[in-house]
Design a protein around this ligand. Structure first.
Ligand SMILES: *Cc1c(COP(=O)(O)O)cnc(C)c1O
Length: 437
């Protein structure tokens, strides 16, 4: 057998395989050294994936997912058993009364907009008790004036920033809550801000405080990038609504589109009336054949999320070893899959992004360049060679071209791919003379 492989030229050595893919021995040595120090960490990530795999599996079994659930519906989509069952599965996983999981939710921003606008009425106030929301929500809410914003419909907005140490400013929150405060919006992941992400336990403390101040306040969590990172979800700590995108963690990289809104039955229904039409709600909405990918992506999601987490921790540890600063630091507990690395120069962030692109399964031959992106005050460079456009559970990176030259890195559907992508970034940095490994 061995002889046969030799004569056919097959090579089974991992080192040689990496070399063929352009990774030098020096880069491999450095990576191996860093990885040796991460074994315990990775074992804990794997255990959480195992826990969450069982959680997802139990939800699918309890809700009797059947072959018929995988079939498409068309037209109005009445009696789409696959859609209705999947919504029960999500509700089981998040421990909520109900859920809306739809391809009609075009993105995370759209899902958040539907959840907000479905539940707020003119005169109501939306409170952000833990700092400003994700960039795209500024226009949804009307913080930046925008056509069709909640502000145009008479919804007010109030915000309490975090304390300098990153904690919740409970005193200021107490003062801000008033009779018209109807909803509170809490973002689990830091997104592209420089604060730390919140743990589900921290979010639970904040929700408990808010509910004590005002029992009927709707506490909504923007759960983007956080699903399956921990063993509990915001539904386990009192969240009334939980919202996320299916082209991030819970779609497992297989969902080609979609978002979810899970929470109390009445609130989810209100969102459904906004998504489709008053009177129709959840009853309509054909799934056009995406159900199978939604189920299978959800099934894979705990392990996919773990792969992305390992990539984030590995990248942080590797770049810290080279003297760069990582946020969160390699040693920090993770509450989402985003890793920021401050690389200090335009050349470095470009080399990093080009390495990620060169490691992609799709468009690997493309060389990313910085360009002036709408909505940003500087040029931005982006690397993504994804099967699903904009999917950030797939390996991707982007950086605004401005000091301190920080690149945001996330995803990796498989750990080997995340690892290879990170090795590629290091190789590109080394070849450009930006590091001496
Ligand atoms: C990605 C993200 C969103 C918006 O999702 P899109 O699908 O890009 O519209 C909102 N909030 C957070 C925290 C996110 O990470």
């Amino acid at each position: 057998m061995k002889e046969n492989m030799k004569s056919s030229g097959a090579e089974t050595d991992l080192r040689v395989q990496y070399r063929k893919m352009g990774i030098s021995d020096a880069v491999q040595d450095l990576a191996d050294e860093v990885l040796n120090g991460l074994r315990d960490r990775f074992a804990r990530i794997d255990e959480t994936a195992e826990f969450n795999q069982l959680k997802v599996l139990a939800a699918m079994q309890q809700n009797r997912v059947s072959e018929a659930c995988l079939y498409p519906s068309t037209g109005y989509g009445y009696n789409d058993i696959g859609r209705d069952t999947l919504e029960k599965v999500y509700a089981s996983i998040f421990h909520t009364e109900d859920a809306l999981v739809r391809p009609l939710l075009a993105s995370g921003t759209h899902a958040l907009h539907v959840a907000l606008s479905g539940n707020l009425r003119p005169g109501d106030e939306l409170l952000a008790p833990a700092g400003g929301p994700y960039d795209t929500l500024e226009e949804v809410i009307g913080i930046r004036p925008s056509r069709g914003s909640l502000a145009e419909y008479g919804v007010k907005y109030a915000q309490v920033d975090l304390l300098p140490d990153g904690g919740f400013d409970y005193e200021a929150i107490r003062k801000k809550v008033n009779p018209s405060t109807r909803m509170a919006l809490i973002q689990r992941s830091k997104g592209y801000q420089t604060r730390l992400s919140f743990s589900v336990e921290q979010i639970g403390d904040l929700i408990a405080f808010l509910h004590e101040l005002k029992p009927d306040l709707i506490c909504m969590v923007d759960n983007c990038y956080g699903e399956f990172v921990q063993r509990i979800e915001p539904g386990d700590v009192g969240a009334d609504l939980i919202v996320g995108s299916l082209i991030k963690n819970p779609g497992g990289g297989l969902a080609p589109i979609g978002g979810y809104i899970a929470g109390r039955k009445e609130l989810v229904e209100n969102a459904a009336y906004r998504l489709t039409a008053p009177g129709l709600g959840k009853e309509v909405g054909a799934t056009l054949g995406v159900n199978a990918a939604f189920y299978q992506g959800l099934f894979l999601s705990p392990v996919v999320t773990a792969s992305a987490l390992k990539g984030a921790v590995f990248a942080a540890a590797l770049y810290e070893k080279l003297g760069f600063s990582a946020f969160p630091p390699a040693s920090a507990e993770r509450y989402d899959i985003i890793q920021a690395l401050t690389l200090g120069s335009e050349e470095a962030v470009c080399a990093f992004c080009r390495g990620i692109q060169a490691a992609a399964p799709v468009d690997s031959f493309v060389v990313p360049e910085p360009w002036p992106m709408p909505g940003y005050d500087s040029d931005v460079i982006m690397a993504a060679g994804a099967f699903v456009q904009g999917s950030s559970i797939e390996l991707s990176a982007d950086a605004p071209i401005r000091p301190p030259y920080t690149v945001f890195f996330q995803g990796g559907q498989t750990w080997p791919h995340a690892r290879f992508g990170i090795l590629k970034t290091l190789q590109y940095m080394k070849d450009a003379g930006l590091i001496h490994a």
